[in-house]
Design a protein around this ligand. Structure first.
Ligand SMILES: [Zn+2]
Length: 459
């Protein structure tokens, strides 16, 4: 692996707090099954885990105490679907849909052909910085260039499920090359404390042939992992499978044994409702990306219907080329408003359910529900604080806290971010990423990219 400027070695960033740290906050919203709220609250962190959450100071406490002041402390958010390097293309696909072949072919394909691996680290660091700044502590990524992505993610300190993106279009050479690269990537992160390796077929049946899928299934079994895919963005795979097999794509996936592995399926705009029971009985999660789907004029995911059928739902931003934001608070707000409008029913998706999608639902999708997604003793100390002195909260006895979190505040209210007991953001300041440097490097990469595009006459 090449040494990249600004990336620290793994050893230096894999430090965790080994001492006890007691965090005091004006309000702790646990988002657990009991909807516990402490006011004020004391949360004890030891060795990166939550030891206890109480309403009063422990008598026998000996360690570092941190008074966070008038803050709301809650679990960090899980961004269940994105493509971090694509921040480099932000603004380059305006007015195009990335959900149809033509739009993608004339925008993303063009820039991906001239981008270089050296451009990746700064883009990933900027993406991680934007996620940290807006309260995300775990994200699920899908892209190639993993040798460049992994060191940058490690430096950020974020928890991540990285899926090696595979597009092979039925070509044997591409299949062998991509699946070899996927295997090497899965081996490289097999023992990482914060990074999970996933297999990331871009889209089953659409750009991953059945021959590739069979090998991908073997890989997922060998590395005890799952598939991070795009599913049902246009109904293309259903049309293909109905014509070829006489059954829907989901039914064909079941037939091939793919539904026995965890599947994190982005978008799910056109899943036939008749297939919902099949998905509800599988380790399957739908990662809804409302901003991306809306900006691409692609459609509305049936979040309410899938939830009612018992399918686990997570929430994601998708790439920020056309979102254009990593702010999961915005995403929560948008999915709530979209469902209300779509069903002509105020609060069609209750605020507590939306918060679940952005926390424990995302954690469950990644097989991490016992580790993150809520604040409970024994879980990892993945948490964020929001400033209660900022606008949007008042009157606190009028607007309940879940409604405030979904509809009244934004990621810019976030002041502190901790993952596994380590501060990534403290009082609004990045602790692991030199953001001005990363932004400068991204601007330099973009200038180079723009020049290459000009040279090829594409833009
Ligand atoms: Zn995507």
């Amino acid at each position: 692996m090449t040494q990249i400027k600004g990336i620290k070695s793994v050893k230096s960033v894999a430090k965790f707090l080994t001492m006890k740290t007691l965090l005091k906050a004006a309000k702790i919203v646990c988002l657990d099954a009991q909807d516990t709220i402490f006011e004020p609250g004391y949360l004890l962190v030891e060795d990166g885990r939550i030891q206890s959450i109480t309403t009063s100071l422990l008598d026998d406490f000996a360690g570092t105490a941190v008074d966070l002041g008038n803050k709301l402390l809650m679990p960090g958010l899980v961004n269940a679907h994105t493509h971090t390097p694509m921040v480099l293309f932000r603004g380059l696909a305006e007015g195009h849909s990335l959900f149809d072949f033509d739009g993608w072919y004339h925008t993303i394909r063009v820039v991906e052909e001239v981008m270089t691996p050296e451009m990746i680290p700064a883009a990933v660091l900027v993406s991680c910085a934007e996620m940290i700044r807006t309260g995300t502590t775990t994200f699920a990524d899908q892209y190639f260039w993993m040798e460049q992505i992994v060191p940058a993610v490690r430096q950020s300190g974020l928890r991540a499920a990285l899926g090696y993106g595979v597009v092979e279009l039925g070509e044997a050479v591409a299949r062998e090359r991509e699946l070899d690269a996927a295997t090497q990537f899965l081996q490289s992160v097999a023992h990482d404390p914060l990074i999970q390796g996933w297999v990331g077929p871009h889209a089953f049946f659409v750009d991953n042939s059945e021959a590739a899928m069979a090998i991908e299934l073997d890989l997922a079994i060998e590395f005890n992992t799952g598939f991070h895919i795009h599913l049902s963005t246009s109904g293309e795979e259903d049309r293909y499978c109905l014509a070829k097999y006489g059954r829907t794509a989901i039914q064909q996936l079941a037939k091939m044994g793919m539904l026995q592995r965890p599947i994190l399926a982005a978008h799910c705009l056109t899943v036939p409702p008749a297939d919902y029971p099949l998905l509800a009985s599988a380790p399957f999660s739908a990662a809804i990306n409302p901003s991306s789907a809306m900006r691409n004029a692609a459609g509305v995911a049936d979040a309410c219907g899938m939830l009612a059928a018992g399918i686990n739902l997570a929430l994601g931003t998708d790439n920020v080329t056309n979102n254009n934001s990593y702010d999961m608070f915005k995403e929560m707000q948008i999915v709530g408003k979209l469902m209300a409008l779509h069903h002509h029913t105020p609060n069609a998706l209750p605020t507590r359910t939306i918060l679940h999608m952005a926390t424990l639902g995302g954690a469950k999708a990644l097989g991490l529900a016992d580790k993150i997604g809520s604040l409970e003793p024994g879980k990892q100390a993945d948490l964020i604080t929001l400033d209660l002195d900022e606008i949007g909260w008042t009157p606190s006895n009028g607007q309940d806290v879940y409604t405030a979190l979904v509809y009244a505040v934004s990621g810019m209210h976030v002041r502190d971010v901790m993952v596994a007991g380590k501060w990534l953001l403290r009082d609004g300041r990045f602790q692991t990423i030199n953001y001005p440097q990363a932004r400068h490097d991204l601007e330099t990469s973009y200038a180079e990219l723009a020049q290459k595009l000009q040279d090829t006459g594409e833009h």
